[in-house]
Design a protein around this ligand. Sequence first.
Ligand SMILES: Cc1cc2nc3c(=O)[nH]c(=O)nc-3n(C[C@H](O)[C@H](O)[C@H](O)COP(=O)(O)OP(=O)(O)OC[C@H]3O[C@@H](n4cnc5c(N)ncnc54)[C@H](O)[C@@H]3O)c2cc1C
Length: 442
Amino acid sequence: MADNLRIAVIGAGMGGLSTALSLAKAGHKNITVYENASNLGFVGAGIQLAPNMAKILDRLGCWQKIAAEAVQCANTYIREGATNKELGFVDLAYVEKTYKYPHMVGHRSSLAGGLYDGCVKEEGIAFKFSSQISDIKFGSSPSFKVTPRDGEAHRVECDILLGADGIKSNTRTALLQENGQTGTVKDSGQAAYRIMPTREQMAHDPELLALIDSETVTRWIGERKHIIAYPIQNNTIYNISTLQPDVNFAGAPDSTYTTQGSKSAMLEVFGDFCPMIHRLLNLVPDGEVCEWKLRLHDPLPTWVHDSTALVGDACHPTLPHMAQGAAQAIEDGAVLGVVLSPSRISDCSPSTINHALRLYEQLRKPRAEAIVELAAENGRAMHLGAGKAKEERDKAFAALKSGPGKVPDKWADAGVQAIVYGTDVIVEAEKLCDEAGLVAKL
Ligand SMILES: Cc1cc2nc3c(=O)[nH]c(=O)nc-3n(C[C@H](O)[C@H](O)[C@H](O)COP(=O)(O)OP(=O)(O)OC[C@H]3O[C@@H](n4cnc5c(N)ncnc54)[C@H](O)[C@@H]3O)c2cc1C
């Protein structure tokens, strides 16, 4: 029976969790998620919950709880970092009216916890934490080595293998090797500081208090850097994410992604930003600055080999400037739930499974890669230095005062949002399956 096919998911990040949950909701009963870490262990930080993500989470039955802990973004300001001067303002009320879900912001642990709670309610999903996966073999019965932290290493065979193992993906490396290809992680030249002052820390300063008591996403921009900030956890935490040229990771090995950042280095990088931002950044205690290296990957020749496919950052790592990386990983999971639905692959044959995975790739690869490019473009537009291009950008921001128009911050542009939020990947996947003859059989 197709619903008993052995499905292995590597990685319990947003991609792995949503994949496992979508497959279980589609009727699969034999899914195992292997995770290297001993628990979900997410870096404490906020995350934007865009409407395209919310729509899928709602269908998976876990949106209500996540939304209850999140904060709705009513509007967004784009400000000049050096002066705090308003460059542009966008009222985001139309987002909910247009896409049925508002744009919300939340805590990573809340998003991951909501997905995980959904998974543990499903009898068909088992988790193996503290289990490192390596030595992946392809074919119609893919297999891999599992090295549990407290146990004997052993090999596991499955019928479908889904590599949701993040930007450092072993599955991707093995899949490329199998095809005689190599892929390299690209240095974006950018790094991000993540800090999270609390309401108590901000309460003494009326300007800062107004920020955390708002429903506003604020981007303060400057040459080659910016800060994006918004309140999360029912306005008790102010999530701040910066973006600046990478200095500290420059010589670090490719495997280094996060480190304890230096508060004084952070204050120096944003030394030319306005005094209010200094007061804000100064709130973080020494030792609580987290620094992330932002790495990318060239588009891959393929995401699929035999009965194995890649998911999420493993195949489309995305810069944070469109706040879409996790949303796109969740879209991957949703589409896998459609194409691999037991009724569509009812003959259980490796060729049908491969056909289904190829349809997944056909639908997801162009969209995810277009969003990777959009995010990179948005970073370039936000980081302009003095010159004609910056003047044009700021004029376009200013023109928003006299009515709706193109927003230079693509994240807040209604035309771009129509593509990003307005696409229903589940409906598209069902349509593609029908067109390709992968029809549901009772
Ligand atoms: C600064 C910053 C801000 C961002 N903001 C947003 C945002 O606002 N909205 C948004 O949608 N996205 C955002 N993103 C992107 C988002 O965080 C990622 O795209 C998303 O988390 C990727 O999920 P994933 O499951 O593909 O990978 P990961 O979250 O990296 O998960 C991979 C998992 O696989 C496990 N693993 C890896 N190798 C192995 C192995 N060999 N064996 C077993 N387990 C293994 C890892 O431990 C990990 O748990 C942001 C990213 C950054 C850097």
